[in-house]
Design a protein around this ligand. Sequence first.
Ligand code: GLP
Length: 245
Amino acid sequence: MKLIRVADAAQAGKVAAEIIAQKIKSCPDCVLGLATGSTPIETYNNLVQMYRQESVDFFRVRAVNLDEYIGLGAEHDQSYAWFMRQYLFDHVNIDPANTYIPNGLETDSDKECRRYDAVIESLGGIDLQLLGIGPNGHIGFNEPADTFAKGTHRVDLTEATIAANSRFFESIDQVPKQAYSMGIQNIMHARQLLMVATGENKARAVRDAFRGAITPWVPASVLQLHPDFTLIADEAALSLVLDKL
Ligand code: GLP
C-alpha cells in the first residue's frame, strides 16, 4: 500500500484528481470506478476545473459507480445518480451512455445485481476505482459483516451508516434502509485503487482498516491485500496512526 499524506481535504482532492487525470491521459477509454459521499466532491471539482482548462478529456471514458440507494430513482436529488450528474457528469464531456450505476428502482434485487456484475464484466473490469471510507470502515456500501460479499449485492444499511448519511436528508426517516453495492470482489478486481480519507471522523476507520487485522468486520481492511492501493489521507484522518502506516 502506498500512502500520500496531505494537509487537508482540498489538497487531497487535488492529488486524487491528478492521479485520475493521469490515468485518463494514459488510457483515454479507461473504466473509472467512481464513488459518492462528501469526500470525492473536491476530487470532482478539480476534475471539472481540469476539463475546463482542457487538460483532461472524458470523451471516451467509461464510468461505473460503486453503489445506489434502493428506492431512489435517478431523478431523486439524494440518489447517487443525481449526485454524479451534479458534481461531475453534467460538467464534463462524458457520454451519458458510458455511465453506469445500479438502478435503485429495480425491485428484483437478484436480477439487478446480476445485471450490474455483467455490466462491469462487459466493460472489461475497472481500471481505477476511487473509494471513500465510512466511519465504520465500510467501502461502497459493504457494511461490517461476518463475510466479504463477492459481487454486487443488496445491503441492509447499518444504523451507524443511516445516521452518518442522514445529514444529506431532511430527516433520518427519509434515509433509505437498503442499497445496492458492488461487492468486495468487484472492488478488489479493479486494477488500481485510490482511497481518499480526510477529517478526524475517519481516524478510527483508517486505524482499524490499515493497522488492524484483515476482517470483514472492517471491510476496508481487505484493501491491505491489493497490489496497487493508494491511500490519500490528511493529518486528521491519520491522527490515530501517526507515523506507523
Ligand atoms: C457512503 C458511500 C461511501 C462513502 C461513505 C463516506 O456511505 N456509500 O461510498 O465512502 O458514504 O462518505 P463521506 O465521504 O461523506 O464521509
